[in-house]
Design a binder for this molecule. Sequence first.
Ligand code: BTN
Length: 323
Amino acid sequence: MSELGTLVDLLDRGAFVSGEDLAARLGVSRTMVWKQIKALRELGYKISAHPRRGYHLVSRPDKLYPWEVAKGLANRLIGRTIEYFDELPSTNQRAKELLNTVAEGTVVLAETQTAGRGRLGRSWFSPPGAGIWLSIIMRPPFSPFELPKLNLLAVVALSRAVKDVLDFRPLVKWPNDLYYQERKISGILTEVSGELGRMEHVIVGVGINVNQRLTDFPPDLRGKAGSLRMVTGRFVERKELLRKYLQCFEEEYFHALEHGFDHCLAYCRQYTATLGRPVEVDDGRNIYRGEAVAIADDGALVIERDGQRSRVVAGDVQPIFDR
Ligand code: BTN
């Protein structure tokens, strides 16, 4: 953990701690302790100071500082390194710039994105502090044909994390969205680099709407976007959810490496917002209309119309309401 993280923990023990004690525990001078306390206050921590008794932590800011997210996270790969930014154009863009210099599993986080990117060239609304905007840098030993399943894995992990932390289960909308009561809670933008037949790097960019109220969304999104706060009716602690997501992602990923994607596919089939519905799917070249009848073992969506089945490996699914 970083020095600031250790200091936060020392200050959060219910009682006052003297500057001398803090200096001894951190192995630094009292002047350094004072400087670090000043730095923490600038980061939004409320710390009370008493001339004889010392310092103690009054409150933490609602920020995804790496030491806050890493607290109690025992992952061996995902989120071992967290690159944190107050503001970025796009975490996927930053992840791309870092690709060759950081370890696999590095997470790039920003409190806000000024040019957040969605799928199919859309933008992604990423206001400060209201959501979780992150990118995970992966070097999976899979062929590009397995990318649809890796996409699903990223959504399954999030559905599980939400269930664990908030006790409701959002549904997986193929290929990589999370929905609850017909509203989109989260979207994933996966970007790949590599040569033919090989994925060198995969950037899994995840946007999670956490604490927005309906009126916080721009008017064009209000009919379809949702947030976890809108579902639960209360403020949601982002760091706890993010930590759980990184844990679930790691579990799902190692499970897939060792045993394949069956478990992940079974989850998508069970907790689906897509199957059994009339849909229109645009894969960029063709538009398919029919009933979404299956998710194949390779992660493709199977659409049936007049007894004819088509497979779609990537695309945008819209429900059809006027059958
Ligand atoms: C979608 O269109 O549903 C995908 C949205 C993906 C948004 C996330 S937010 C973090 C990461 N950085 C980006 O610029 N986009 C992804």
